[in-house]
Structures are given as structure tokens and as C-alpha cells.
Design a protein around this ligand. Structure first.
Ligand code: SF4
Ligand code: SF4
Length: 403
């Protein structure tokens, strides 16, 4: 296929599912600010560990935001905690958040950002080369510049799972140095896998003050995870939850999942201080604001969630259990590829899907060489088909994607 035709094909097939992310923003700050200015009472909040921060039950995960005006509108509607990452939009997301919050009293909002280290192997969650403190601190400083802030409230160390990574002495020293230098008020981890191990290690560290974890009604090993969460909170570490709809889009609750019910389920656990919701539309923002006003789950919501839980359809949520990796003769990083698939098809965030996939080695299309996939996935995914579908995203230049 000619290059141009191939690109057109890829754009139509993969990006057709998430065309909104390709559209340039036409939002204007003043206009959207007016539209959402409201007389809402202060949003229901919870304490965030021992930080002294009282966070509204909904925080904003900014990866899907395409306009600074939307960030500002969320602030004006009562959202006060914003989480970005250095890799969202290749740093542009931090700029956008900074623009959205520009000029506001610095103590009226909380900003956190995930700063990854080079040389992390996503499959194992460990370092492939020694952690470089100076490079890491320089990366964090770049992040501050993009925000246009003198300090953030949280620098988060992402992809933290394995104990040896969370407790790596050089990592802890670098994070403490950033605090001493006044570049951040607090530090934390963001964990996509091995969450219990990560939480217990964070608790032992005496350094981390926040943990961002995946948590939803589909979470496996809920009992042991809840025990680890409880120990973490007792140690004074605040917990915020991500992946709370298990991959379902918040834009449209449908027969497959009542997303209000899914979010309320998360907040029934009082150890979860706030949900990090990847809001990208006013509809989502308004739904979230309405949802947190009444956390009591109705009989219908309980029924909807129960039905969704019993649904044998695998859906989009990968438990990140890593049980697939040793089953695959090519040792593919299937959990990360599945996360990318969920970002593309669930969250409709192609840029985040692209970025997630960028760190994964899938050269030579190994799945094409397998007649039958050897992997029996815990979630029941047809991993071969999903990998063959999402891996086409690798052929799309980053510049083609908005966000
Ligand atoms: S076995 Fe399935 S659910 Fe578990 S990490 Fe692999 S793809 Fe995800
Ligand atoms: S089809 Fe893909 S995921 Fe399945 S065993 Fe083969 S290479 Fe691994």
C-alpha cells in the first residue's frame, strides 16, 4: 500500500473511533467560563492523607483536556485538584493546565504531575539501568517551566509497582531533594500494576504522601487490596483512584455500564479521597458534579453494577495482572498494550494510547506469526486481535494526533 493511502486507511480505521481527539479546539476561555460559572456550594470533600489538603471527591485528570478554557471552567465549577503528566501531549498538556490556572491565587488549586524516569521496563516495573537523579530532577524542573509555576503540589513517580523500584534509594533522595528545594510540596507514586506491593512499599518508605492507584468495581483481589489501602491510609498517605469506570466512557452511560454507579462504588470506600476523572467535555464535568452530591447508591444503581459485574463480556479493563506475559512466546508487554487499547477505544484518547504504545516493542508483528494465540487472559480478552488492531497506531506519526 502506498504510504499516503496506508496513512489514510489507518486514520480512518483507528482514529475513526476517536475523531474528537483530532479536532482542533474551538473553545474560548471567556465563553466557557461564563457557561459554567455556577452557584454550586463547595463540593463535597475528603482529607488527602496528612497533607492538610481537602480535596473535592472529583479531581481532574487532564489528559483528555484540549483547551485551557476547559481547565479554567472546571476550576470555576469547584474542581480544585488537577493531575497531569510530563508525557501527556509531549509536555503540552502541562502548558495547557498552566494556562488554564494562570492568575488564580496559588493556594486555591492543587497541581500534581507524573514524572517518569528513563530506563524503566514496563513489563517488570523495574529499572533497566541505574536511576539518574540529576536527569530526573532536570525533568521535573522542565515540568515546572511548562506549567509556569514555581512549585507543584505533587510530583508523582509513575509506573511504580515493584518494591525495589518504589524503595529505590536514589529515587527517594531525588524526590526529597525536590521537596527541599521547594519545587514540590509533596511526593507520591502512581501505580498501574502490583498495586498492593507498591502501596506497602510506599508505606514503609516514610517519604511518599500520595498514591494514585487503579481501583474500580472490576478490581480483582479487592479484599487484599482494601487491606493494603487501609494500611496505607493509616500511615498518612492519601489515596486517589484512577481507571474508575474500568475503561467505559463517561460520556455515555449505556446498557453496558451505568458509570455514575461505577464511580459511586469507588467512593463508598472512604479511604479513597478522590476520583481522578479524565474529563474532556462539559457533559462529563456536569455529570461528575451531580454524582458527588449524593453518594448513596440507589437500588437501580446497585442492580446495574451487579449486572455489569456478571456480564461475561470481557470489556476493556485489563487487570494488569501480568499473567499473560510468560504465556506469550515473544514475551510481549501485553498489559501495556491492553492499556493502550483501553485509552483508544474506551476513553477515546488516541494521543494517550499512542504514547502508551510508543514505549512497547512490537517489532515484526509477532502475533501474525502465531496461528493460535497461546495466551489465556484473566479478563477473557482475545489478546491477539486486540494487539493486531491497536499496533497499527504505531504507524501513525505523532503529529497526526491532537492532544
Ligand atoms: S492476563 Fe489479561 S487481564 Fe491480566 S494483564 Fe494480561 S491482558 Fe491484562
Ligand atoms: S498471538 Fe501474539 S500475544 Fe498471542 S501468543 Fe502469539 S505473539 Fe503472543
Amino acid at each position: 500500500m502506498e504510504t499516503k493511502n496506508r496513512r489514510d486507511f489507518l486514520k480512518k480505521s483507528i482514529l475513526g473511533i476517536s475523531g474528537a481527539t483530532l479536532l482542533p479546539s474551538n473553545l474560548k476561555i471567556g465563553m466557557v467560563g461564563e457557561a459554567l460559572k455556577s452557584d454550586l456550594p463547595e463540593l463535597p470533600f475528603r482529607a488527602l492523607g496528612k497533607t492538610g489538603i481537602k480535596t473535592p471527591l472529583i479531581s481532574m485528570g487532564t489528559s483528555g483536556a484540549t483547551a485551557s478554557g476547559f481547565v479554567r471552567s472546571a476550576y470555576e465549577a469547584g474542581i480544585k485538584v488537577f493531575f497531569s503528566a510530563t508525557y501527556y501531549g509531549e509536555g503540552n498538556n502541562e502548558k495547557l493546565v498552566g494556562e488554564g490556572l494562570k492568575g488564580l491565587p496559588r493556594d486555591s488549586f492543587v497541581v500534581g504531575t507524573a514524572v517518569p524516569s528513563d530506563g524503566m521496563d514496563m513489563r517488570s516495573g523495574t529499572f533497566t539501568k541505574p536511576f539518574d537523579s540529576q536527569a530526573y530532577i532536570a525533568k521535573a524542573e522542565q515540568s515546572l517551566k511548562r506549567f509556569g509555576l514555581e512549585y507543584v503540589d505533587f510530583f508523582l513517580f509513575p509506573y511504580a509497582g515493584k518494591k525495589e523500584t518504589v524503595l529505590n534509594e536514589s529515587v527517594l533522595k531525588a524526590l526529597e531533594q525536590l521537596k527541599k528545594q521547594g519545587k514540590t510540596r509533596f511526593v507520591g507514586i502512581a501505580s498501574h500494576s502490583d498495586t498492593e506491593e507498591a502501596l506497602l512499599a510506599a508505606t514503609d518508605s516514610g517519604v511518599y504522601e500520595l498514591a494514585m492507584i487503579g481501583y474500580n468495581y472490576k478490581t480483582i483481589n479487592k479484599e487484599s487490596l482494601n487491606i493494603a489501602i487501609s494500611k496505607t491510609v493509616k500511615a498518612g498517605i492519601g489515596i486517589v483512584a484512577m481507571k474508575t469506570t474500568a475503561g467505559a466512557s463517561r460520556q455515555k452511560s449505556g446498557p453496558s455500564l451505568n458509570t455514575d454507579a461505577a464511580l459511586k462504588w469507588v467512593l463508598q470506600n472512604e479511604n479513597i479521597s478522590s476520583i481522578v476523572s479524565g474529563m474532556s467535555s462539559f457533559e462529563e464535568l456536569q455529570k461528575n458534579l451531580a454524582m458527588i452530591q449524593n453518594l448513596k447508591m440507589s437500588d437501580q444503581e446497585l442492580k446495574d453494577l451487579n449486572l455489569a459485574g456478571q456480564n461475561k463480556e470481557p470489556g476493556l479493563y485489563c487487570h494488569q495482572c501480568k499473567k499473560c506475559i510468560p504465556q506469550c512466546p515473544y514475551n510481549l508487554d501485553i498489559p501495556t498494550i491492553m492499556r493502550s487499547y483501553m485509552y483508544a477505544y474506551g476513553y477515546k484518547n488516541t494521543a494517550q494510547a499512542w504514547h502508551t504504545l510508543a514505549g512497547v516493542e512490537i517489532s515484526g508483528r509477532p502475533c501474525e506469526k502465531c496461528d493460535a494465540c497461546k495466551v489465556r487472559c484473566t479478563a477473557g480478552f482475545d489478546v491477539k486481535n486486540k494487539i493486531m488492531d491497536i499496533s497499527r497506531l504505531k504507524d501513525i506519526p505523532r503529529d497526526f494526533l491532537h492532544g
